[in-house]
Design a protein around this ligand. Structure first.
Ligand SMILES: NC(=O)c1ccc[n+]([C@@H]2O[C@H](COP(=O)([O-])OP(=O)(O)OC[C@H]3O[C@@H](n4cnc5c(N)ncnc54)[C@H](O)[C@@H]3O)[C@@H](O)[C@H]2O)c1
Length: 418
């Protein structure tokens, strides 16, 4: 078996992490049991480009239990947990191509190593496999039944490809399932971004001016958790509806030009580029902390900041100080890469349980289709989304009401009024 990881000797620690995550992923456990019995993925080769974490390891185990040949590479050079890679290779015999801190060239070599298994299904987080296939290995596309995309930024890229007529195989937008974005993006990014800030800085949030750029699913979660820790939350938005929601949720809303000079902590989570740039660095207070939880490391304009800085030094793990010419220092978490994955451990397993149950059930759906899907970006089938919600509630021991026949009739009719 070919693989490329940092150190196989780390596998014991990795296995313990994977098992701990597994305890909190009961829906995925049920899917894995079903897969082991029914083998819906027999004959499939699944190429995955995901954060190499303990939660992802449990997805990989599930796909393998379903009969697939699988291979995994990282979707971010800083999110790889080396011990998890070691355990997947050693304890679960799953090929992994990922080294924490790998450079750009290695990152793309690893994507190509995964594509060497000639996947029939792809799973992406950020669409890097999909774009490599389209730009460098288009001859492989004919063998691919469909792919799945995990995150908002990836789905945006795919929709842009579809609009340009450039998309060459069907994709399922797993991010857009209700049991994914309403939970993973909101609760997951909310909690784990705060976790990343605290691990990198150990700063007190109470009383701080905490600026969040982007009030989407992720931004809302970050705001709510920061407010819960006693921070004074300020939201910067470009969408009037979202800005209005933020206002009525009780946060101060203002342009980044006004927030730049008063923020103590800044988090970007927009999926956009250069959200915080030169003009804002010029206004920032000495000691301001910046982090990004959007998918790519382009939301904080680090090339601008580097140009403006006289020195850059590491002050703590995952925290760098940029000293500006006038002596002020601003601190950047995890090189502007996903704060929650670079400086913490990513989303808690209990929330990834739902995201990855969607991923696993979508692979079985794709593998079982008698007719190929049209080349487009498709939603997760509603039955899968509802099944994940139902199973999650069951595993939490929560039962809910059911409609009476009379209520069903009432809700389906238009004749009954006051
Ligand atoms: N850190 C993680 O683990 C994690 C998890 C899920 C998603 N993500 C990523 O986080 C990002 C946001 O995801 P989402 O689901 O919240 O997306 P979303 O589309 O729901 O929200 C993004 C918001 O940012 C706003 N925005 C865009 N440009 C802006 C700008 N220049 N200034 C201020 N606001 C701006 C948009 O109007 C929108 O309201 C994406 O890149 C996504 O891939 C990260």
């Amino acid at each position: 078996m070919e693989y490329d990881i940092t150190d196989v000797e780390l596998h014991e620690a990795g296995r313990r992490r994977i098992e701990w995550a597994n305890r909190q992923m009961p829906v995925l456990q049920l899917v894995r049991q079903e897969f082991a019995e029914q083998q819906p993925l027999g004959g499939e080769r699944i190429g995955c480009c995901l954060h190499v974490t303990s939660e992802t390891a449990n997805l990989m185990r599930t796909l393998k239990a379903g009969g697939a040949e699988v291979a995994l590479c990282a979707s971010n050079p800083l999110s790889t947990q080396n011990e998890v890679g070691a355990s997947l290779v050693t304890d679960y015999e799953i090929p992994v191509f990922a080294r924490h801190g790998e450079d750009r060239e290695t990152y793309y070599n690893h994507i190509n190593a995964v594509l060497d298994i000639k996947p029939t299904i792809t799973i992406d987080d950020g669409a890097d496999v999909i774009s490599t296939l389209h730009s460098e290995r288009p001859e492989q596309i004919a063998d691919i039944k469909a792919g799945m995309e995990e995150t908002t930024t990836g789905v945006i890229r795919l929709r842009a490809m579809a609009a340009d007529g450039a998309l060459k195989y069907p994709l399922i937008a797993v991010n857009d399932a209700n049991t994914k974005h309403l939970f993973d993006n909101y609760y997951g990014t909310g909690q784990s971004t705060i976790d990343g800030i605290l691990r990198a800085t150990n700063t007190l949030l109470a009383g701080k001016n905490f600026v969040v750029c982007g009030y989407g699913d992720c931004g809302r979660g970050v705001c709510r958790r920061a407010a819960g820790m006693g921070a004074k939350v300020i939201v910067c938005e470009v969408d009037p509806l979202r800005a209005l929601q933020a206002t009525m949720d009780g946060y101060q809303v203002m342009p980044i030009a006004d927030a730049a000079g008063i923020g103590d902590i800044f988090i970007t989570v927009t999926g956009d580029r250069s959200v915080i740039r030169r003009e804002q660095f010029e206004l920032m207070k000495d000691g301001a902390v910046l982090g990004n939880s959007g998918h790519f490391d382009v939301e904080i304009d680090l090339p601008d900041l580097r140009e403006m800085s006289t020195t850059i030094r590491t002050v703590r793990p995952n925290l760098e100080a940029y000293q500006l010419e006038d002596g002020r220092e601003v601190f950047v978490i995890g090189q502007g890469r996903l704060t929650n994955l670079a400086a913490a451990e990513g989303h808690p397993a209990a929330v990834m349980d739902m995201s990855f149950a969607n991923q696993a059930l979508c692979t079985a759906y794709v593998a079982g289709l008698s007719e190929p899907l049209a080349i487009a970006v498709h939603p997760v089938p509603q039955e899968i989304d509802e099944r994940v919600a139902t199973l999650k509630l069951q595993t939490m021991g929560i039962s809910i009401d059911t409609l009476t026949p009379e209520q069903e009739e009432y809700l389906a009719s238009w004749k009954m009024g006051t």
